[in-house]
Design a protein around this ligand. Structure first.
Ligand code: SF4
Length: 558
């Protein structure tokens, strides 16, 4: 009997607490883990204190995320000392990077599962619950040095594909009908930025077959999903050559990415088969799955982003005009030390080209301050880049050396903490002004908002057991809803009287923007499309929304 088949469904089975740290890729992994365990009879609880199994899906990119996980691990140790039989598992990048060292340092950890081995998680839990597994081999599933496959090996042996394929979408989880889902198109990364551990923990870039991806989008749409975000560490690198990776049963299989050479001008003449590029894939999903009203993708790498992608974004109205394209630094010298593979002027050329095709494109980025040897002059170049690009927001981080990266081995962390703090505060202040100005441009417009639910402010008020005044210019009492525009601008509005959160959540609705701040747009539902009670549980007839979509596209073009 193989270990996997030893895992049996258990009606009324154990209860799991699953907490996710880090990026969207981890969130998707957790969703897949959840579906996999639910199918085996496990149930889930939001209260770690009530769980039989505690799982932390970890991130290794930032030191802060690691420290949070390890502090939680410490708390579980106390529970175990008090006699609780709880099972503790670490999944994800921290587990993969640190490996069995974690078992020695934290004996309360029962199992470790890397991001490339999540299909083996049920077997690990089963081992721990049934036998209290003591052998390391029964407690650990890590890719180890297999995580970087040679390009000559077929990625068809990638068991994680089975987990992606077995996806059972659960619209009820996370407290409501979200109607929004992630779809992975590539796994891993070939870039080796010197500060990043991902190429080691998630392995080489592997691209999923386009037919499989389109099928997954169709299944999600059939289940009510109207917004899909395609995920890849360098999503614009997606490139699938048909005919070279075919499984035993004749189906196309995931294949290892072609490397940078495939993106050079004139490349492709030597391909043995037809190629589906990222632009082709976007176009296929847009045309073949029209029920998906918003198609997004993250994260874009600033190089190798062809005009073909920008053209398809321009020509397909349901592809969001939104790019998350991290610069990381504005200094050529630092970019080189980071091994980012582009210069400041190449980054700016891409931004200008994107805005040339899509004047209304909304851009977000990531920046790191205090990278080893960063001087005042380097920092000044980052600050000027931030001002020049005018991102709607930037995720700004202080550099922290991560074990397992080449910067950890080669570049002393020599920028003092006080300097890092001053620099991050300065960048945050500049970004706040830029964000406020970007948001202010929307005031007076009608924007389409995908409503995610009650705003955090509203949820906090409700948790305190009372209603509070919400709103802005005219204080109101009620529930404040929150959602995002196609350009990913967070927008809040007051729920109209007589309507429940459930009636509005998961809808794309027109909101007139009345005011703007650093983080948010504030508005009200447009009067002409405001729901009325006679529409019952479907207060937003499709015809009226279609009418709105046409009028909004005019608004954006103006
Ligand atoms: S592109 Fe660089 S920062 Fe992004 S995942 Fe790959 S190595 Fe890490």
């Amino acid at each position: 009997m193989t270990p996997e088949t030893d895992t049996q469904p258990r009606p009324g089975g154990p209860t799991v607490y699953l907490e996710t740290f880090g990026c969207q890729m981890n969130q998707l992994d957790s969703e897949l883990v959840r579906g996999q365990l639910a199918a085996l009879g496990y149930s889930f609880t939001p209260d770690a204190g009530q769980a039989d199994v505690i799982l932390y899906n970890t991130c290794s990119v930032r030191e802060q995320a690691e420290n949070k996980v390890l502090s939680r691990v410490g708390k579980v140790a106390q529970r175990k000392r008090d006699g609780s039989p709880v099972i503790l598992g670490l999944l994800g990048c921290l587990a993969e990077r640190e490996g069995t060292r974690l078992l020695s340092r934290y004996p309360q950890i029962d199992l470790l599962c890397g991001p490339g081995e999540l299909n083996r998680l049920p077997m690990l839990i089963d081992n721990a619950m049934r036998t209290g597994a003591v052998e390391v081999a029964d407690r650990v599933a890590l890719a180890g040095n297999r995580s970087r496959r040679s390009a000559t090996l077929s990625a068809a042996a990638d068991n994680l594909e089975l987990l992606d394929l077995s996806r059972s979408f659960d619209p009820d989880h996370a407290g409501g009908p979200r109607r929004s889902a992630y779809v992975r198109i590539t796994r891993g990364c070939n870039k080796f930025c010197t500060y990043c551990v991902v190429p080691f923990t998630r392995g080489a870039e592997v691209h999923r077959p386009p037919d499989t991806i389109v099928d997954e989008c169709k299944r999600l749409a059939d289940q009510g999903v109207i917004e899909i975000t395609l995920l890849g560490q360098t999503v614009n690198h997606y490139r699938y050559t048909h005919g070279v990776a075919v499984g035993l049963e004749g189906r196309e299989a995931p294949q290892v990415g072609p490397g940078a050479a495939a993106f050079r001008p004139g490349a492709g003449s030597g391909n043995v088969g037809r190629v589906t590029s990222f632009a082709d894939l976007l176009g296929r999903i847009h045309d073949e799955v029209p029920a998906v009203r918003r198609l997004r993708f993250v994260t874009s790498y600033p190089r190798d982003f062809g005009d073909d992608i920008l053209q398809v974004m321009r020509d397909c109205p349901r592809i969001c005009r939104y790019l998350h394209v991290p610069a990381q630094s504005g200094s050529d010298r630092v970019l080189k030390l980071m091994n980012r593979g582009y210069t400041r002027s190449e980054y700016l050329e891409f931004i200008d080209r994107a805005r040339g095709f899509l004047p209304d494109v909304s851009i977000a980025g990531d920046l790191i301050v205090g990278f080893p040897t960063e001087t005042d002059r380097d920092f000044e170049q980052t600050r000027s880049l931030l001002q020049r690009v005018r991102c709607k927001n930037n995720f700004i981080f202080k550099y922290s050396p991560r074990p397992g990266t080449s910067a950890w081995d080669r570049l002393p962390d020599d920028v003092p903490e006080t300097v890092k703090r001053l620099r991050i505060n300065e960048l945050l202040a500049v970004q706040a002004r830029v964000s406020e100005a970007v948001h202010a441009e929307q005031v007076g417009r009608v924007v389409e908002v995908f409503v995610e639910g009650a705003s955090p402010k509203s949820r906090a008020a409700s948790a305190r057991g009372g209603e509070v005044e919400l709103g802005w210019e005219r204080p109101s009492v009620g529930v404040q809803m929150s959602g995002r525009t196609a350009g990913d601008l967070i927008t809040v509005f007051d729920l109209p009287p007589g309507y429940s959160v459930e009636q509005v959540q998961g809808q794309i609705l027109p909101v007139r923007v009345e005011a703007a701040g650093t983080l948010l747009l504030y508005g009200h539902l447009e009067a002409t499309t405001r729901p009325s009670p006679e529409h019952g549980s479907d207060p937003f007839p499709a015809a009226r929304l279609a009418q709105f979509e046409m009028s909004e596209s005019v608004d954006f073009a103006s």
